[in-house]
Write a protein that binds this ligand. Structure first.
Ligand code: ZN
Length: 63
């Protein structure tokens, strides 16, 4: 993964809060969940596996 100094504001690296996968920017397939005022991102696979928990806004510590 390379960081482009000119794109850090628009393509901030994010990490999946569950499995630790990283990505540049927020892929459209990832889910952003707000928990306790902070944003958490979940990758494709984790989002699919936990879609019900995310939709019901359960904190990820429940998983
Ligand atoms: Zn993940």
């Amino acid at each position: 993964m390379q960081l482009n100094p000119e794109a850090t504001e628009t393509a901030e690296p994010i990490t999946c809060a569950r499995c630790g996968t990283t990505a540049d920017g927020a892929p459209p397939t990832w889910i952003c969940s707000v928990e306790n005022g902070s944003r958490r991102y979940f990758c494709d696979d984790c989002a699919r596996a936990n879609i019900r928990a995310i939709e019901s806004r359960l904190d990820s510590s429940w998983w």
